[in-house]
Ligand binder design. Structure first.
Ligand code: SF4
Length: 239
């Protein structure tokens, strides 16, 4: 049975000071198999996958193929399947929605305006994600509080109000970049090759650029927009 809001809030309090492993163990014990990990192939999601896989080797994992990813990201999907022996479910946007949008506004509409960029993220990311989450009681992310100003208040367990009130689990919410690096190195977690080419946050090819030393790690995402707008709609409406 899914948790109701009060139960989620109760667990959020109990688990806030627990380790990532303890939070994941709770989520997998409580919800499996109606819980899945979201994985963008970036280091955060890869570390969460590694911890979860050591608890439940048949952990369910999904990724979003927007149709605009780097070749290196597609290569990572194969590496992840091979390394962990898992299925890695790929979610695709609705082809009719993509066709309608591209016919009306072109393939590169995201450079026109923030509204058009949100439309593209909506069609290619948010809609397929929401469709997938409708069949789950909980999902797990690699969000961290120090990634960006809009993420400073995330909890390790929260209600996902934007997705039918299911439970959203952020087990590494309090981790630093250094902790991630240490874990990934110690456990030989597969690493996205674009990190060694200067990328510090990796999304769709036309909307991501490498960052300079000293820049915020998310500065390379939608770099032509105001900092306050740098979310794609996948992580909104928390409570
Ligand atoms: S990141 Fe760019 S290409 Fe990818 S879905 Fe969003 S706007 Fe479209």
């Amino acid at each position: 049975m899914p948790l109701v809001r009060e139960e989620v809030q109760d667990w959020a309090q109990k688990l806030e000071s627990e380790s990532a492993e303890a939070v994941l163990r709770w989520a997998l014990d409580r919800f499996y198999p109606r819980v899945a990990l979201s994985n963008s192939l970036q280091i955060e999601d890869m570390v969460v996958l590694d911890i979860a896989w050591r608890i439940q080797p048949a952990v369910r994992v999904f990724t979003l193929d927007t149709g605009r990813l780097h070749q290196e990201t597609y290569d990572m999907m194969d590496r992840v399947r091979e390394h962990y022996g898992i299925e890695l479910t790929v979610l695709f946007p609705d082809s009719a929605e993509v066709e309608k949008m591209v016919r009306a506004k072109g393939l590169n509409l995201f450079y026109n305006s923030t509204d058009d960029r949100h439309e593209c993220c909506g069609v290619r990311k948010v809609n397929p994600l929401q469709k997938h989450l409708a069949g789950l009681e909980a999902w797990v992310t690699g969000l961290r509080r120090d990634q960006w100003a809009t993420r400073t208040d995330i909890k390790k367990v929260e209600v996902d109000a934007a997705n039918g009130g299911i439970t959203k689990v952020n087990p590494i919410a309090d981790w630093s970049w250094e902790q991630l690096e240490q874990y990934a190195h110690a456990h030989k977690v597969p690493r996205h090759p674009l990190y060694s080419k200067g990328y510090s946050s990796i999304g769709c090819l036309p909307c991501t650029r490498p960052t300079q030393p000293g820049e915020n790690p998310r500065a390379g995402r939608w770099w032509w927009e105001d900092d306050s707008k740098k979310e794609c709609g996948l992580h909104v409406a928390r409570s």
